[in-house]
Design a protein around this ligand. Structure first.
Ligand code: 3PG
Ligand code: MG
Length: 411
């Protein structure tokens, strides 16, 4: 396994990779829970008297969200409660000078690593380790810390290259996310295990279901994937109406797998028994899922009877994993499903992991306390990969770095 900050000592020159990738609106970087989470790791490094240099990315070339990290430095500083310097260079002379002039307990953020040509190609770790980026920066440091679990599904230089050339450690976010998100496979629970699955990306959910079999006792479905399963079960829902483009193509891509899952695991899959929509007075209205149901307008949430039934299953569960929202929770009228399920989880003392960017946003939006959940993930793609049992290149690189040191290669 990887090493953690417990083994890092003090007074080192530390290069730390965070994931501060954030929503950007009109050029303004929006605060989000990633800053608060990673600040704990940075704070700990500062308190241990390390010189802390932070690498992070924002957006991708060609997108509006591909901006400088200067605003990120201020946001991070607020949470770390210590100044965070910023340098608009990554591994050139200006960056190296700034790194060398740091004192113990000081923090410096480098420019968006995706502005460096060496960063983005998906390449094996060994190739990244040979890049100019890694080779010019690594000699300035005693060790490397990766805290960017939510980006660890990418085989990019800042995530996989450095652990090959520097002693590498997992930061606190990396450690906590890894442990919680792999617990479906790694832990034995004393009772039934339930997954609540929804959201807009049906393909992700179906991948998760296909990868997990024996480990899950109940799948509670909602959102788009819930409707697609109802369609497969013979109900007249689960297709696009009024110009949406969410259902038909996902149905075409996944119809066979949905039918197969329903045939093989129907006894463990629970589908909505009622659904909510907006009536002519712009209010939430509900209708039961019956043989003569017909979809003439968008269905925006699961209904209240469904929420009650899902709540009963959750109350009898030892562990609950959530991936995706059950309805369009951004609109309060259609938040009943998502928030109802989260509230039941919060009041039950089961082990719980809430993941997928959107779902965790509901926790924030409706003022639920994170403390009531075992783990609220800040990862999207990495969470799905962890649930499907795939390894993450960023985590593998940390583990390999550790094995190399243990076998004496670095001595
Ligand atoms: C994310 O925000 O999902 C991660 O930071 C990874 O970013 P990416 O999807 O642009 O690679
Ligand atoms: Mg992403």
């Amino acid at each position: 396994m990887f090493k953690t900050l417990d083994e890092l000592g003090s007074g080192n020159r530390v290069l730390v990779r965070l994931d501060l990738n954030s929503p950007v609106e009109d050029g303004i970087v929006k605060d989000n829970r990633r800053f608060a989470r990673h600040a704990r790791t940075v704070r700990e490094l500062v308190e241990d008297g390390h010189r802390v240099v932070v690498m992070a990315h924002q957006g991708r070339p060609g997108r509006d969200s591909f901006v400088s990290l200067d605003q990120h430095a201020d946001l991070l500083a607020e949470y770390v409660e210590t100044p965070v310097g910023f340098v608009d260079d990554i591994h050139g002379d200006v960056a190296i000078d700034a790194i060398r002039s740091l004192d113990a307990g000081e923090v410096l953020l480098l420019e968006n690593v995706r502005m460096c040509d060496d960063e983005l190609p998906e390449k094996p770790a060994a190739e990244h380790a040979d890049s100019e980026f890694v080779q010019s920066l690594a000699p300035e440091f005693d060790c490397y810390v990766n805290d960017a679990y939510s980006a660890a599904h990418r085989s990019h230089a800042s995530l996989v290259g450095f652990p090959l050339v520097l002693p590498a450690y997992a930061g606190r976010v990396m450690e906590a996310e890894y442990e919680a998100n792999t617990s479906i496979a790694s832990r034995e629970f004393d009772g039934q295990v339930t997954m609540v699955l929804g959201g807009a990306k049906a393909t992700d959910v179906i991948d998760v279901m296909s990868a997990l079999d024996e480990a899950i006792d109940h799948y509670l479905l909602g959102g788009i994937v819930g409707e697609l399963f109802l369609r497969a079960a013979g109900y007249d829902v689960g297709y696009d109406v009024g110009g949406t483009e969410l259902y038909d193509h996902q149905w075409e891509d996944n119809e066979d797998r949905i039918r197969e899952l329903l045939a093989e695991r129907g006894d463990r899959i629970t589908l909505p028994v009622d659904l909510a929509y907006e009536n002519d007075d712009d209010e939430r209205a509900e209708m039961p899922v019956t043989d003569d149901i017909e979809k003439d307008f968008p269905l925006l949430d699961v209904g209240s009877t469904t929420v009650e039934r899902y709540g009963d299953v959750i109350e009898d569960s030892a562990a609950v994993f959530v991936k995706g929202a059950l309805g369009v929770f951004e609109d309060e009228r259609f938040s009943t499903g998502t928030v109802g399920v989260l509230e039941t989880i919060a009041t039950t003392d089961c082990f719980s992991v809430i993941g997928g960017g959107d779902t965790s946003r509901a926790i924030e939006l409706y003022g639920l306390d994170e403390e009531y959940f075992s783990h609220v993930s800040i990862a999207g793609g990495a969470y799905v990969r962890a649930l499907t049992g795939q390894s993450l290149p960023g985590v593998d690189a940390l583990t390999r770095s550790c094995e190399r040191v243990e076998s004496g290669v670095d001595q």
